[in-house]
Every structure is written in C-alpha cells, then in structure tokens.
Design a protein around this ligand. Structure first.
Ligand code: UD1
Ligand code: CA
Length: 457
C-alpha cells in the first residue's frame, strides 16, 4: 500500500526563546525537521507532507528538499486540525503515518514495526510507559487491555491520571478512515482544540483494531520544547552514533566526548581520541589514529595515518601513513600523498603534497604542487596572492627549501634544487642548483650598544 507521511511542524515553539522556528534548530548540525524527513525517506515514503505555520517561509527556504509537499495550517487549532489540513491530498488507499518535526530521533526500525503491525482499517499507535506521565495523553484500555481511547492530561479524571502508558503522538491509519474521523472532530474539550487523539476513540467505538508498539529507545519519542531538551537529544543522538561506531570496530577513547555531524565511514581499528568533531562526509581508513580535539570535515584520512591533536582537515584527501599536526590546518583542495608529513602550525590550502615530502613546522603552503621527497623548512611561505589573483608554486621532486623562505608565485623550483634559508625567490630555480638571495653578512668589530640615559639628566 502507498505510504504517506504527515509531519506536523506548525507549532510556535515559544519556549525555545528564539527567532528561529523550532523545527529548524539543529541536532548534530542538521535541522530537526530534516532528521524526520530523512527517516521518512529511509522508509521509502511515497509522499511526505509537512504541515507548517509559524515561521513558514523561513522553514520552506531552509528545507529545500524537493520530495516535500508543504501544507499550510494558518491557525494552530490543535493536532487534529493540523492533520486535517492534509485531508484533500490523502489517497483513500494509503497508509498515513503521522510524525512530528520536533521529535527528531524517531528511528526507522520503530516506524517500520509500526507500519508492519498496521491492522487493515484500524490504527497502529506508538505508546510508551513512563514513570512520570505528567503532561502526556493517557492510553485508556478496557479490562481486556483493548485500547478504548486517549485522554489528554487536562481532560483526565483522577483515575486516568494514574495511567502510565502515554501517547507518543505517532500513529498510522488508513487514509480513507482517517479522513472520515478527522471530519468528525470537535473542539469540545478542556483546551478547545481539535485533538488528533480523538480519532483513537472513534476507531475504538467502531470496533476497529488498535494495535500498539513501543520505541526501542525512550529518546526516539522525546520532543523538543526548550533548549535543555535540545541539548539532551543532541547527547542522545551522539551516544547512539558512538555506539554504532564502536560496534563497527572503532575505538572511541570516550564516547561521551565524540561528536558526529554528518556521516563517518571508518574502517577497522581506527582510534579516535577525545573531543574530535566529524562533520560532513568523512572516511577514515584502517589503523588511523585521530588525536584529541581534531576537527575533520569532508575528508578522507588514509590507512595508518597519525593525526595529532588540534588538527583541522577540511575538503582534503590524505593518503596512507601520513603524519599531521599537532595544530595543522589542511584546507579544501589539498591532497597529501602517502607518507607525507604536515607538522605543527602549518597551513596548507589547495595544494598537492608528494609522497615522502615534509613541511614540519610553521609554514604556509597555498596553491602549490609539491613533488616527492621535498623538504619545506620552517617559516616557508608561498606568496600566492598578489592582491588580485592567486598564483601557482611548483616545487619539484627532492628539492630542499631552507627555513624562512618566501616563494613569490608564480615560481618553479626545479628537481633537486636547494634554496638557502632566508631567501626570497621571485624567479624560477633550475634543477640541482643552489639558490640564495641573502644579503651578504657584515660584521662591525667591537660594537658599542647604546646605553640608557640616567633619569637625573
Ligand atoms: C500531543 C498529544 C498527546 C501526546 C503528546 C506527545 C494531542 C491532542 N495530544 O499533546 O496525547 O501525549 O502530543 O508529545 O494530539 N501542532 C501543529 N499544529 C497545531 C498543534 C500542534 O502543527 O495546531 C504540532 C506541534 O508543532 C507539535 C505537535 O503538533 O509538533 C504536538 O503538539 P503539542 O501542542 O505539543 O501537543 P501536546 O499538547 O503536547
Ligand atoms: Ca508536546
């Protein structure tokens, strides 16, 4: 049967105390609403409707996913009213799953189960047992444990308030039946809202089957109303990801100090030390070690690399057996061949570093092509920018660049050439040559340093 998902995202979220609509607040760097949408896609939903209201334009311009059909709820008159806005779009012969833009961690497996237990023309409902059910709608069952309805906190009597089984709000229903039930909702209740939960009562009174499932993890059905809850779900998300990685053979020195904001593909025996942030699409090959406080963004780290602490790698390809850092910054467009070394306080941008080449200390390498077995001395700078355009520096195999050299691009240093320390290179250097641009050293014997004047004078 066709699967249509309705994601409710019209609520205001006042308690976030934010100018940003609630569903755009991020978990692991991604808007909460996008998390829910991605989960819908993993379920291969045929339609994804998002009911928007407050901050709608901002939501639509941020979530540009083409697969979404936007439905406006101009006034927030309750969850039932919100779902009803989609009624005209719903096929009779579809299964309708209702989700929430502020319940971001709902998992594919839980929803898959909810859909698979779905009774024809009935409802499947995700419920949860809570030690403290305060605030939630309570699941009312008869003495045969058949679900009879849901009663909201504000409408519940003393007996009903004792019920610990609560409504998560997530449910699936048949399209045709759901539309009929929605049409019959009234707002005659404590909050004068159109409650989606009344649909359960209608189904029960018609003798329809109502089956329930529970989430595997409590965090899956937790919603975000304030920034504390946002932080708490961020941690829950991170610990799930950390556990997956550890199960896959990655050592995390402390899973509570690991952050994944994107996708990490890690081969076996990768070791990740504390406080590392992984962003975008990152691949770490087997045996690599990532030291403390590193930030890896959209990059590949090759086999057996050692990335020492506080190193940033973004948009780069790093080959096998390389050493990076501590405190190195590898910027987009960089490619490091096997066994190359970029050491402390070295910045590399849009450059290729040949195998076995080293820049171990305090250098800037930008727009450069560095061959094999090149040594770049401390303090070397490629002067790649003339204020208007960027120029290329080429350093061929086996060249030796002495410390504190400026390479004024465009310039080529030939194979095996040696540039003496402290040189400013403005012209190409031939292969195997020694090039130096130093001023001759002068000496003045018996030099008298100036002395301080005494205060009395
Ligand atoms: C709802 C359920 C309650 C359940 C709880 C779980 C109803 C009547 N009650 O209560 O049984 O235990 O969720 O958290 O459904 N929304 C709209 N438009 C509206 C109203 C709400 O889009 O007009 C969206 C909100 O943005 C939010 C979600 O629906 O994402 C839930 O709304 P909320 O007001 O928080 O419902 P609760 O009162 O918490
Ligand atoms: Ca709520």
């Amino acid at each position: 049967m066709k699967l249509s998902v309705i994601i409710l995202a019209a609520g205001q979220g006042t308690r976030m105390r934010s100018t940003l609509p609630k569903v755009l607040h991020r978990i692991a760097g991604k808007p909460m609403l996008q998390h829910v949408i991605d989960t819908c896609k993993s379920l291969k939903a045929d339609d994804i409707f998002v009911v928007y209201g407050h901050g709608g334009e901002q939501v639509k311009s941020t979530i540009t996913d083409k697969s979404i059909r936007w439905v406006k709820q101009a006034e927030q008159l309750g969850t039932g009213h919100a779902v009803k806005q989609v009624s005209p779009e719903i096929d009779d012969e579809s299964q309708v799953l209702i989700l929430y833009g502020d319940v971001p961690l709902i998992h594919h497996d839980t929803l898959h189960e909810l859909i698979s237990i779905f009774p024809e023309n009935g409802i499947s409902l995700l419920t949860n047992q809570l030690a403290d059910p305060t605030g939630y709608g309570r699941i009312v069952r008869d003495d045969k444990q058949t679900v009879m309805g849901i009663v909201e906190q504000k409408d519940a009597n003393e007996q009903q308030l004792l019920i610990q089984e609560v409504n998560t709000g997530i449910m699936a229903a048949n399209g045709k039946e759901l539309k009929r039930w929605l049409a019959n909702l009234s707002s005659d209740n404590a909050q004068q809202e159109y409650y989606l939960t009344d649909v359960i009562g209608f189904a029960a009174s018609e003798g329809r089957a109502i089956v329930t499932a529970t989430p595997n993890e409590p965090a899956e059905v937790e919603g975000v109303n304030n920034r504390r809850q946002l932080a708490s779900l961020e941690r829950a998300y991170q610990i799930f990801r950390a556990q997956e990685l550890m199960d896959g053979g990655v050592t995390l020195l402390d899973p509570y100090r690991f952050d994944l904001r994107g996708k990490l593909t890690a081969e076996t025996d990768v070791i990740i030390d504390v406080n590392t942030i992984i962003e975008g699409n990152v691949i770490i090959k087997s045996g690599a070690y990532i030291g403390p406080n590193c930030h890896l963004i959209d990059c590949t780290i090759g086999e057996n690399c050692v990335v020492k602490n506080n190193t940033i790698v973004e948009g780069a390809m790093v080959g096998a057996d390389c050493t990076l850092g501590p405190f190195a910054r590898i910027r987009p467009g960089t490619s490091m061949s096997d066994n190359s070394h970029i050491g402390n306080f070295v910045e590399v941008k849009k450059s290729t570093i040949g195998s076995g080449s080293k820049a171990n200390h305090l250098a800037y390498i930008g727009d450069a092509q560095i061959g094999k077995s090149v040594n770049v001395g401390a303090g070397t700078i490629t002067c790649n920018y003339d204020g208007a355009n960027k120029h290329l520096t080429v350093i061929e195999d086996n060249a030796f660049i002495g410390s504190d050299t400026q390479l004024v691009a465009p310039v080529t240093i030939g194979k095996g050439a040696t540039v003496a320390a402290g040189s400013t290179i403005t012209k190409n250097v031939n292969a195997e040559a020694l090039c130096l641009t130093r001023v001759k050293q002068k000496e003045i014997a018996g030099w008298q340093r100036p002395t301080k004047k005494s205060k009395a004078e």
